[in-house]
Design a binder for this molecule. Structure first.
Ligand code: ZN
Length: 362
């Protein structure tokens, strides 16, 4: 089983078990509700005794005295009735049960909210769109997104690609300080908007590489994680990884146990074929590593297959060229396939700490 198959199957299992739990709880509630209707349990019991008497008559068997005792005074007459009397009594009791049940029906609202885990698709898992095409329902997509995130390696946190949080980026432009003409805030807003476009776009003309650069602490990893989260919401498979782990996974390695070998190969296949691969912090590793050729060919293979790759780095394009060589830099600089974003501002971790400090003082 590939990693993609495993994630899909675990989402399907999860939905099935939630649907099952909803059914069990609905049935329980329904039983409880019926028990609360006065006279209904007694009428049901009476109907059961009538059925028993008719069966016994048909077989020419007598009724066990203990049963008569349990049936009680109110049902005693049943045991001496003729078959035709029993049949009339049966009809009468069935009618009574119908009346009792319909006198206290489950409210329409209660029915819609209680009967199904998902009232949108009524637990079918699919909805039909305006063109008559069946699509996965939102109930499945939500679970699937969670499973994708779980398997992606994305760090814990709140990641929304809507807009950068207030207060994280300075509002005033200062070219000498931030190295950009706009204010860091306006620049970050633009970057988030472009990143949303990057992850929404599909088809051959869509860009396949997103390169996010900027100084330490300006929120590059956070933006990359927002992109990953958005991809998961769109049911796209995501891998988030440091560069060292990606390079490790691309090597040809051989293990003694079949299980370890399979795990390793599944991991490599997932890195190569996931819809969105996020490689965080290119540049922090040991640069003497000779395996960058495998990184370039991974990016080229993924781009050729229409898969998206996100890379964050403290290095700008010129430094990438100096440190890793022009071949890697040219992949990120290629405007046809790549989108390059630069975040600027003060160290966000620092801003957060100062903010906390001020808050505590007040
Ligand atoms: Zn649904």
């Amino acid at each position: 089983m590939t990693e993609k198959e495993r994630i899909l199957a675990s989402a399907e299992d999860e939905l099935a078990s939630r649907v099952r739990a909803a059914q069990i709880s609905f049935r329980q509630k329904e039983t409880d509700r019926q028990k609360r209707i006065a006279g209904l349990p007694e009428a049901r019991a009476r109907l059961a005794y009538i059925g028993m008497c008719l069966d016994r008559r048909a077989l020419g068997m007598s009724i066990n005295p203990q049963v008569k005792e349990i049936a009680g005074e109110r049902n005693a007459a049943l045991f001496t009735m003729s078959v035709s009397e029993l049949e009339a009594e049966q009809e009468k009791t069935e009618k009574l049960i119908d009346e009792l049940e319909s006198a206290a029906p489950a409210g329409a609202e209660e029915e819609a909210s209680g009967r199904y885990y998902c009232s949108v698709c009524r637990d079918e898992g699919y909805v039909t769109d305006a063109n008559g095409i069946a699509r996965r329902c939102v109930c499945f997509k939500e679970i699937f997104a969670d499973k994708i995130k779980e398997a992606s390696g994305l760090p814990e946190g709140e990641y929304e690609l809507t807009a950068p949080a207030a207060g994280l980026y300075p509002e005033t432009a200062d070219r000498s300080r931030y190295g950009i003409p706009d204010s860091p805030r306006a620049n970050a807003e633009k970057a988030y908007e472009l990143a949303r476009g990057f992850i929404s776009a599909s088809g051959p003309s869509a860009k396949k590489i997103l390169f996010i650069t900027g100084a330490v602490g300006v929120g590059k990893t956070h933006l990359a994680c927002c992109v990953g989260n958005e991809a998961a919401k769109k049911s796209l498979y995501v891998v988030y990884s440091g560069i060292a782990a990606v390079l490790d996974a691309l090597q040809n390695r051989f293990f003694n146990s079949e299980e370890s070998q399979e795990l390793y190969e599944n991991r490599r296949e997932f890195i190569e074929t996931c819809d969105v691969l996020i490689i965080d912090d290119l540049g922090v590793e040991n640069v003497t590593d000779k395996r960058y050729e495998s990184l370039i060919s991974l990016i080229d293979r993924r781009t050729a297959c229409g898969l998206k790759t996100v890379i964050t780095s403290n290095y700008g394009l010129a430094e990438i060229g100096n440190v890793y060589g022009e071949r890697l830099a040219s992949r990120f600089a290629d405007r046809k396939n790549s989108l390059s974003l630069r975040l600027a501002g003060d160290d966000i971790r620092l801003i957060k700490n100062i903010g906390k400090h001020n808050f505590e003082k007040q």
